[in-house]
Design a protein around this ligand. Structure first.
Ligand code: SF4
Ligand code: SF4
Length: 166
């Protein structure tokens, strides 16, 4: 994955994607979950996350209590020590990593706590979840982080355009 090229395209499409995803919030009559889930499946069939890891390099997952407990156990320390060593509270009151890249990201892009990674990592980039309409702002932000999301949004845009001309 050429992340430099991705950043360039993501920035070029920024305005267009912001407008589309803002419009979709109030769109009615569109089966948004179906559109996103179809595009998600198509894109991830061809996406090699191990050649990318841009999410792990640039953003932090949110850690809920169960995530903290599992991750702490995985590396053999107490939850309180895990918080002290790796986490801080963000402006929304959620626990996140103090820095990026993720301290568990290995040089070969594998996750050092893969089996015990937080739910947010398992579910990223959330484009196959239900009620996608509720997370369109996050999806927009993820077009600037995740090459797969950029492609998914593009596929959704094309599908909507095609629908209009039917
Ligand atoms: S815990 Fe693993 S999957 Fe999650 S950000 Fe870190 S390296 Fe990536
Ligand atoms: S989820 Fe997106 S940003 Fe993360 S590794 Fe896969 S393609 Fe890259």
């Amino acid at each position: 994955m050429n992340l430099e090229l991705f950043n360039k395209s993501a920035n070029q499409l920024k305005k267009q994607n912001k407008a589309l995803l803002t419009d979709l919030k109030s769109s009615r009559g569109l089966k948004l979950d179906d559109l996103f889930h179809r595009a998600h499946t198509e894109v991830f069939e061809k996406t090699e996350c191990l050649g990318c890891a841009n999410c792990c390099k640039t953003t932090s997952p949110i850690f809920y209590q169960t995530d903290i407990e599992r991750a702490a156990k995985s590396i053999g320390i107490k939850p309180g020590d895990f918080i002290k060593k790796y986490l801080m509270m963000d402006e929304d009151g959620d626990f996140v990593f103090t820095s990026a890249p993720c301290p568990f990201l290995k040089e070969d892009n594998y996750c050092g706590i893969y089996k015990d990674r937080p739910a947010a990592c398992r579910e990223y980039p959330h484009t196959n979840r239900k009620n996608i309409r509720q997370i369109l702002d996050l999806t927009y932000r993820n077009t600037l982080v995740c090459p797969a999301v950029l492609s998914i949004v593009e596929k959704v845009r094309i599908a909507i355009e095609k629908n209009k001309h039917k």
